[in-house]
Design a protein around this ligand. Structure first.
Ligand code: ADP
Ligand code: AMP
Length: 228
């Protein structure tokens, strides 16, 4: 592919990994570093639930139980978001795709606009670590900066480092009851995408058991090459 081709095509990066792997944390850092737009289907679905839209109403109980929302709903929400102008800067898909149907639909959607996946990067963590990361997660309700009870604490307890807000929030689905369901959904429906992208030739894997900064360094090097 020529340099000109590359320049006219917005980059598409996928972050794969179980809940709590660090996809959102890393996507926000990549957004700041590379000017790409983080696109989290979890965030989009939570916004739809909060707004009480038809899709949100249908998704609410599934999300609360730790299951996967239907492909139809997720794809409709994603297509809407991808149609917005800011995605022309390039996107980091965080938490999407989560099923083979979603992955195939994404390939078709991108092909229609002459785009392609630059890299699908799997953040590998073991199940025990995933449970610890999810259990301790909270975030700033205003700027969305993420924190953790023991791994990433703000300089002043309860105050966001980034925007100074004291509106810290925990997700309703980050509880012991749903975590097992979410892990099962990951292994049954999302982990097969590792093979899907391996066959496609776009897969990269990172050991995401290390510290946030260490993972960011490794991921940044992969992304730099993938979007060059
Ligand atoms: P995901 O988006 O994959 O569900 P998050 O990015 O929200 O995961 O991370 C889950 C929790 O783990 C957050 O509280 C975050 O601060 C913390 N975290 C993320 N990456 C790491 C890491 N490499 N080491 C320790 N804690 C991490
Ligand atoms: P997340 O914020 O990525 O942890 O997602 C929170 C919840 O939203 C998940 O447990 C699912 O119920 C739902 N969800 C997010 N993304 C998807 C997706 N691509 N496909 C199906 N369900 C999703």
């Amino acid at each position: 592919m020529s340099g000109a081709d590359t320049m006219t095509r917005p980059a598409v990066l996928i972050l794969l990994g179980p809940p709590g792997a660090g996809k959102g944390t890393q996507a926000r850092m990549l957004q700041d570093r590379f000017g790409l737009v983080q696109l989290s289907t979890g965030d989009l679905l939570r916004a739809a639930v909060a707004a009480g839209t038809e899709a949100g109403l249908a998704a609410k109980s599934v999300m609360a139980a730790g299951g996967l929302v239907s492909d139809d709903i997720v794809l409709a929400i994603l297509k809407d978001r991808l149609a917005a102008a800011d995605t022309q800067q390039g996107v980091i898909l965080d938490g999407f795709p989560r099923t083979t149907v979603q992955a195939q639909a994404l390939d078709e959607l991108l092909a229609q606009s002459g785009q392609r996946i630059n890299a699908a990067i799997s953040l590998d963590v073991d199940d025990a670590e995933m449970v610890v990361r999810v259990a301790g997660r909270y975030a700033c309700g205003d700027c969305c900066e993420g924190y953790h009870d023991s791994y990433k604490m703000p300089a002043v307890a309860g105050t966001c480092d980034k925007c100074g807000s004291t509106n810290m929030q925990r997700r309703a689905d980050d509880n012991a009851a749903t975590v097992g369901q979410r892990l099962m959904a990951y292994h049954a429906q999302t982990a097969p995408l590792i093979t899907y992208y391996e066959k496609q030739g776009t897969l990269q894997r990172i050991n995401a058991m290390g510290e946030i900064g260490q993972v960011a360094e490794e991921l940044g090097a992969i992304v730099k090459k993938a979007v060059a």
